[in-house]
Design a protein around this ligand. Structure first.
Ligand SMILES: [Zn+2]
Length: 431
């Protein structure tokens, strides 16, 4: 039976950190005086099944009693960060399960693990800001509930899946709870990074950060086969082509449109025959990213607008209506601002995926020119990369790879995408 961390692909270091913290948390529950004592420090009177199971487990001794490392430090607030697809919310949920695990390990079998992983544990709340982002009212209610005694006798866990989508007021409400955490409450935040655009500096300073890395292709392929039932050859191709992005690998394996977009990007190198074609290729890349982004956010945008209009329409008239209207204008503005920044991010993500695909192609040409014994990223364009390797040599392939990486860095540093992509295409053509 795989434990709760099994789906966290290629994240050995983070998993090690989380296992140690879960063990430390279990030790906190046992209490300092009786490290292995039965029921010491337990305060809950309900959740009898889980308690009984825990007592039995402790009496028998768990299968692998984790050694408690005093430096491992259990703490009340965590942020999981990492590149898209690295599994931030998978990590947060697995850690929540380990905290609720009767053995303190995340065994995957006990009721605490099982109910957390299936989303039915009474003391684990998952906040996914689908629709409107989390507002201050919802956050205050959440913080209040999270302060109550855990019914299962262990921890109250709140997972906030897109912490970068908290409104400022909601962030402040959360900050208060993190600054003075109730003794049995743990907040698990997921965000793309700890950049101030994603998480406020004050929240970040109160949290322990768990950085996730880009998982290796073999690990991604293994999980596609095991969890999603994808045929092994397709899984290996998709995992390599997605370069460590678990969700992207799954999309490539299943979605023909995603494969077509990738094919179009990988056709770029052989189309670059002059200044004109280079600029055309730049336009095509930008427009494809815009179209992909628009499609990905359109549905959510419309649903959010409808939900907000419904909520505001229910406001009624009479005393307080003027105040409500002022509030409504603010909420609408807030929503538009968030949707705009989400659209921008979706565009950048789409463009970045295309650039990562392109970088993979030139990286293949480089390793082939060097006769390096490594597998190509894109097995289906290997012949074209080999032709490039012959024509450009290692230096030429390296210069082109660098042009793609410079383009990514420029966009990251807020250079206008079109300008950065045009410069890249010209560099790819000239070599
Ligand atoms: Zn367990």
């Amino acid at each position: 039976m795989p434990d709760v961390f099994a789906d966290l692909v290629g994240q050995d270091e983070a998993v090690g950190t989380l296992r140690r913290a879960a063990a430390a948390a279990a030790a906190v529950l046992r209490g300092p005086a009786q490290p292995a004592g039965v029921g010491a420090g337990r305060t809950a009177t309900t959740g009898a099944d889980l308690n009984a199971f825990a007592e039995e487990a402790e009496a028998e001794g768990p299968p692998a009693t984790p050694a408690v490392d005093p430096g491992a430090g259990m703490t009340h607030a965590w942020i999981f960060t990492g590149p898209p697809g690295s599994g931030r919310s998978v990590a947060a949920r697995a850690f929540a399960a380990a905290l609720q695990c009767a053995y303190g390990t995340g065994c995957g079998e006990c009721p605490g693990c099982h109910t957390t992983m299936t989303g039915t544990h009474a003391d684990v709340r998952l906040v996914v800001p689908e629709g409107l982002s989390i507002g201050v009212g919802e956050m205050r209610a959440l913080v209040l509930r999270a302060a109550s005694t855990p019914s299962g006798g262990r921890w109250q866990v709140v997972i906030i899946e897109d912490a970068d989508r908290l409104t400022e007021a909601a962030g402040n409400a959360l900050l208060k709870a993190i600054e003075e955490p109730p003794p049995r409450t743990v907040f698990l935040l997921c965000a793309p990074s700890t950049h101030p655009d994603d998480v406020s500096v004050t929240i970040r300073s109160r949290c322990r950060v768990v950085p996730l890395r880009q998982p290796p292709a073999a690990a991604v392929a293994e999980v596609l086969v095991r969890r999603d039932g994808i045929a092994p050859d397709v899984a290996h191709w998709a995992a390599a082509a997605a370069q460590g992005h678990v969700g992207r690998a799954r999309r490539l394996a299943r979605d023909p449109e995603a494969r077509q977009r990738r094919d179009a990007v990988l056709a770029v190198p052989r189309r670059l025959t002059g200044v004109g074609t280079a600029l055309d290729a730049a336009s095509a890349l930008i427009e494809a990213a815009e179209a992909e982004a628009e499609a990905s956010v359109a549905e959510a945008d419309a649903a959010e607008r409808a939900a907000l209009q419904t909520a505001l329409g229910a406001g009624g008239t009479g005393r307080g209506a003027a105040g409500a209207m002022r509030g409504a204008a603010g909420q609408l503005k807030d929503l538009e601002k968030r949707q705009k920044s989400r659209a921008t991010r979706a565009q950048r993500d789409a463009l970045d995926r295309a650039l990562v695909d392109l970088a993979g192609f030139y990286r293949d040409a480089l390793t082939m020119a060097l006769r390096a014994p490594v597998a190509p990223v894109h097995t289906d364009t290997a012949a074209m990369a080999e032709a490039g390797a012959q024509k450009w040599d290692a230096e030429g392939a390296l210069r082109r790879l660098e042009a793609v990486l410079e383009c990514r860095a420029a966009i990251e540093a807020n250079v206008k995408p079109r300008i950065a992509v045009e410069a890249m295409m010209l560099a790819l053509w000239k070599g």
